[in-house]
Design a binder for this molecule. Structure first.
Ligand SMILES: [Zn+2]
Length: 337
């Protein structure tokens, strides 16, 4: 039967072992040998029930205080080892751990850069809702109901009769409604069309639209602004070409090509050996649109243009698959400066 002397002896032996321990695993072994379920001190505590009452009290108290003393000693020794371990592995001369940080998405880069260029020409920036009414997306922009031009824009209709805007031009209507000329605004934003997804088209894309309305605004002003934009955005020495086109909300309408910035117009893979790159659509705002927002279309004229951001980014960074923009693979996004 164990007595208090025996308990003291076990404790002394255990403390000596802790003193002699040279690693965390030595301390774990001591823990197992004395304190675990079959450990020496635990065994003493378990055998108390066989002792006479008086002895049971004395031995029990001794065994309990031995257990506490040993637990504290092991724990203190462990933290000394851990501390020492950290100190011995910390080398202040080594380079720090570089945290992985994100990158600005190429679409955001292109939008920011376009906004910067137009801000330099005095345009302000306006935004509008992604979910639009038929009126703002179509009717106010001179797309009457059943007009075939509506089919050019495969629209996502919502159950409540609203729709996902197919262009950012509705913001033009919203802004004109609440302003007085002169109005000079660009409207960057996200647009949606129910198109088959491929390397060239996606159901979500971005536009930067712009417009200017004032007395005496002409096609010459439109050309001046677009030439200044292209030179600033794509570089000096570019040629611009205006081709007649059709949009319901502009009359006359044009599409603008720039001479290929890669081959200088000689012909290459980027421009499909044509020497020109199509970059935007534009025109003089149709008098019907101005009437719809309550402007005197005899007195005021204006121009509007719309630039596809994905297409611009694909040309600028030579990206051959539009879907890469939406996968958010950081390795892709990091490549652009
Ligand atoms: Zn080319």
């Amino acid at each position: 039967m164990p007595g208090t002397e025996q308990v003291e002896q076990i404790l002394a032996e255990a403390l000596a072992a802790v003193n002699a321990a040279s690693s965390l695993s030595d301390l774990d072994a001591i823990d197992v040998k004395y304190l675990a379920r079959k450990g020496a001190i635990t065994s003493v505590l378990k055998s108390l029930k066989d002792l006479p009452l008086e002895e049971r009290k004395a031995v029990g108290a001794a065994a309990n205080s031995a257990r506490i003393k040993l637990e504290e000693t092991i724990s203190a020794a462990k933290s000394r080892f851990q501390q020492a371990g950290i100190i011995s592995t910390f080398d202040p001369t080594l380079p720090g751990i570089a945290r992985r940080i994100g990158a600005i998405h190429p679409i955001t880069r292109v939008i920011d850069s376009m906004c910067e260029t137009f801000r330099g020409m005095g345009f302000t920036i306006a935004k509008g809702p992604d979910i639009e009414t038929d009126y703002y997306n179509f009717e106010a922009l001179n797309f009457p109901p059943d007009h075939p031009a509506r089919d050019m824009q495969d629209t996502f209709y919502l159950e409540n009769g609203l729709l996902l805007r197919t262009h950012t031009t509705p913001v033009q209507v919203r802004e004109l409604e609440k302003s007085k000329p002169p109005v000079k605004i660009i409207t960057p934003g996200r647009t949606y069309r129910n198109e088959a997804i491929s390397t060239r088209s996606y159901c979500v894309f971005h536009q930067v639209d712009g417009f200017l309305v004032d007395e005496g605004v002409t096609m010459g002003d439109l050309k001046g602004v677009l030439v200044a934009f292209c030179r600033d955005f794509y570089g000096e020495g570019l040629k611009l070409r205006f081709r007649p086109s059709f949009f319901p909300f502009t009359e006359p309408s044009a599409e603008v090509d720039i001479s290929c910035f890669l081959c200088g117009g000689k012909g290459c893979q980027l421009c499909k050996y044509e020497g020109w790159l199509e970059i935007l659509g534009c025109g003089m705002i149709d008098p019907n649109v101005l009437k719809n927002v309550g402007y005197d279309s005899e007195k005021y004229t204006g121009f509007a243009f719309g630039i596809g951001v994905e297409r611009t980014a694909m040309l600028k960074y030579r990206i051959n698959d539009i879907r890469l923009f939406y996968e958010n693979d950081i390795r892709f996004i990091r490549q652009f400066k």
